[in-house]
Write a protein that binds this ligand. Structure first.
Ligand SMILES: Cc1cc2nc3c(=O)[nH]c(=O)nc-3n(C[C@H](O)[C@H](O)[C@H](O)COP(=O)(O)OP(=O)(O)OC[C@H]3O[C@@H](n4cnc5c(N)ncnc54)[C@H](O)[C@@H]3O)c2cc1C
Length: 386
């Protein structure tokens, strides 16, 4: 990956933004269980940070995904995982399919304001009955004249409490489960959409997560993204950016925590010497740094394939898997060396320990990544047809 001056400039812009507009408020927003998404997104929109790889026609910068990757990587300088995740939903989870397959009218109505930061978007795929098995979703959209009537519910929807629209995966037919699904844009103000109470979570506290219920929700069929029945395929493609975002988004946070832990271990003395002087401690820090660099390289290689148009599914799944596991290892190891301090609520290792746990679950759990990798390796046993 060769970075240009434009990449570096973009990185500086994001780091400055995080330092000025996000980090001073993180503790307050984490305590409040929410951050003002409209306010933050508007500021990001003014800096062109929400549509870096989106078409210029809709307000984006029209750059390739390596630039978006730099934005995501630098958002990792936030002192929490929740706000980068909420931003990632807007840029890498709820809008890629719309940008790629939406009609001009749909993009004007929903993509352009998302890029400008004038609205908040959410991706609504998972359901209470199961998130890993996307093909098994139950929410339906039935045709009625030129509209769809939507019934069902979604679970675990990030940004839902503040979202203006949802990129919603629904069943539009009774056919085979991989060919009966469609992505539809649903404004949350539509009659029959109910956003449930915020879910109390282990971590990611400044990000709101809610169930969403649909009762006879009428939306025009022109809100459909691409062709009917192609939703499963589109969502699988949309997952690529979500997974790359999750993986590269974790790297700076790990760097930051390792650095903070090293600083603490230089100051903290036990048995007459700084903690860092113990070989077990400085070797562990060196080992973790090495692992983080390996993950960073894997992410860069994956993005190189992605922007070259090669199928990046294997590397994206590997990067997501590795990131989830490494984030848990880094936060657990670092927390250990903060001792009792690491066990206190506001400690950076404790927050990372809580936040990073999601990475092995959301956007496809570790086992789902392993299934994809095994399938692409040709070693996943075929299921017997019943
Ligand atoms: C904070 C948070 C935010 C989220 N945000 C969103 C969002 O914005 N939009 C959205 O659509 N979804 C969102 N999700 C949902 C998330 O993607 C799902 O939780 C995830 O896909 C797992 O689905 P599940 O919780 O139903 O677990 P299940 O599908 O019930 O799986 C449970 C566990 O079983 C294991 N498992 C599953 N299948 C297999 C298998 N085949 N082999 C072996 N082991 C297996 C895995 O370890 C998995 O974690 C969010 C979740 C959380 C917690």
């Amino acid at each position: 990956m060769r970075f240009t001056e434009e990449h570096q400039q973009l990185r500086r812009t994001v780091r400055d933004f995080v330092e000025k507009e996000i980090n001073p408020h993180v503790d307050e927003w984490e305590k409040a269980g929410a951050f003002p998404a409209h306010e933050v997104f508007k500021k990001m929109g003014r800096l062109n940070l929400l549509g870096v790889n989106k078409p210029e026609e809709y307000g984006g910068l029209g750059l390739d995904y390596s630039y978006q990757m730099c934005v995501t990587e630098e958002l990792g300088t936030c002192r929490c995982g929740s706000i980068p995740m909420a931003i990632g939903v807007q840029t890498d989870m709820a809008t890629p399919a719309l940008a790629r397959w939406g009609t001009h009218e749909l993009k004007k109505e929903f993509l352009a304001p998302a890029i400008a930061g004038e609205c908040v978007a959410a991706i609504a795929v998972s359901e209470a009955s199961g998130g890993s098995d996307v093909a098994a979703i139950k929410t339906t959209a039935k045709k009625d004249g030129s509209d769809y009537i939507i019934n069902g519910s979604k679970m675990w929807i990030t940004n839902a409490a503040q979202a203006d629209w949802l990129c919603l995966l629904v069943n539009t037919g009774d056919g085979p489960v991989h060919a009966n699904k469609t992505l539809v844009i649903v404004p949350t103000k539509t009659k029959g959409v109910e956003i449930g109470a915020k879910i109390a979570k282990l971590g990611m506290h400044a990000s709101d997560t809610c169930p969403v219920f649909f009762e006879n929700v009428r939306v025009p069929q022109r809100n459909r993204i691409g062709e009917e029945g192609m939703g499963f395929m589109m969502q699988m493609v949309q997952f690529q950016e979500e997974r790359i975002c999750g993986a590269i988004g974790s790297v700076r946070g790990m760097d930051r925590l390792i650095d903070a832990t090293i600083e603490y271990c230089k100051e903290r003395e036990t048995f007459g010497q700084p903690l860092i002087a113990n070989q077990v401690v400085h070797f562990r820090m060196a080992e973790l740094k090495t692992e983080v660099e390996a993950l960073r390289s894997l992410c860069y290689r994956c993005v190189e394939e992605y922007i070259n148009g090669t199928d990046a599914t294997m590397l994206a799944s590997m990067a997501k898997l590795k990131a989830g596991r490494l984030a848990r290892e880094v936060s657990d190891s670092c927390l250990q060396y903060w001792g009792g301090m690491g066990f206190t609520w506001d400690n950076p290792a404790a927050r990372s320990y809580r936040d990073s746990r999601l990475l092995s679950i959301g956007g496809g759990a570790d086992e789902i990544m392993l299934g994809i990798i095994a399938k692409l390796m040709g070693i996943l046993p075929r299921r017997k047809k019943s």
